[in-house]
Design a protein around this ligand. Structure first.
Ligand code: OAD
Length: 240
């Protein structure tokens, strides 16, 4: 029996009531958004760890903003794929995502915890106020009306995740009877560590082995857009 078939059978048997999805860049790869790690994740030979830091922004805000504008452009033109759309059919599920692309919400998911922020929000470095800004900026770095610089409202390496987001994500992980992990390398903490809080059935979808701190019950070596819809179908069958 294939891994998908085994996972589907276990989900049907369990009939899960409280479902949590934990997603990473791989869930958006099928929408044409490059992941961070791996060759396709490199931009002008910079790694995310070199650009997504307060130090990089202090040193060269224009360079950091150019990277974000390039990614904002790709994301603006991307559409949710079959994995985002399948997940959005789970009206009662909690979606915990490391992604800043907003595609789960665009697909229709109602309960989304964006652990690392949102790439279409900008934040004043002086006042801390945030604004939604989807269109490209006329010049880089952009500035707030108060005169201070704006930065992307995302969590950078070395920065704290929002307390309410972590609390909400932890509670959901602990209370879930099914966890579905889609497209994360599992190397960035504290996000990856949340998976260890879950006890119970878990299914991971990723074409490559991840480095999550605890192994899932079933690991499906397939693309998100291919393997997520049958898993969602099995969850919905159980709730009928
Ligand atoms: P990564 O880029 O580290 O990992 C992407 C994962 O997706 C890899 O394990 C791939 O094997 C998998 N993948 C690739 N294509 C896929 C597909 N079509 N379907 C399913 N999986 C696929 O991305 P994250 O784990 O999300 O943080 O990275 C975590 C954090 O590191 C990001 O949120 C970001 C980054 O630097 C910050 O910016 C703070």
């Amino acid at each position: 029996m294939s891994e998908v078939a085994q996972a589907v059978e276990a989900i049907r048997k369990l009939r899960p009531r409280r479902v949590v999805l934990f997603t990473g860049a791989g869930v958006s790869a099928d929408s044409g958004i490059p992941t961070f790690r791996g060759n396709e994740g490199l931009w002008r030979n910079f790694r995310a760890e070199d650009l997504a830091t307060p130090q990089a922004f202090e040193r060269d805000p224009v360079l950091v903003w150019q990277w974000y504008e390039m990614r904002r452009d790709i994301i603006r033109n991307a559409k949710p794929n079959a994995a985002h759309l399948a997940i959005a059919r789970l009206h009662d599920a909690v979606v915990i995502t490391q992604n800043v692309d907003g595609l789960h919400k665009r697909a229709g998911s109602g309960d989304v915890v964006e652990l690392h922020g949102n790439i279409f929000r900008a934040r004043c470095v002086r006042e801390g106020t945030t604004t939604l800004r989807e269109a490209p900026f006329a010049s880089l770095p952009p500035h707030c009306e108060c005169g201070a610089m704006l930065r992307p409202d995302v969590v950078w390496f070395g920065e704290m995740l929002s307390e309410p987001a972590i609390a909400r994500a932890s509670a959901a992980m602990m209370g879930a009877d099914l966890l579905v992990v889609v497209g994360t390398s599992g190397v960035v903490y504290p996000a990856a560590g949340l998976v260890s809080l879950h006890r119970g059935l878990s299914v991971e979808i990723n074409p490559q082995a991840s480095s999550l701190p605890s192994a899932c019950t079933f690991a499906i070596p397939a693309r998100a857009a291919e393997a997520t819809p049958p898993i969602v179908d099995a969850i919905l069958e159980g709730s009928e």
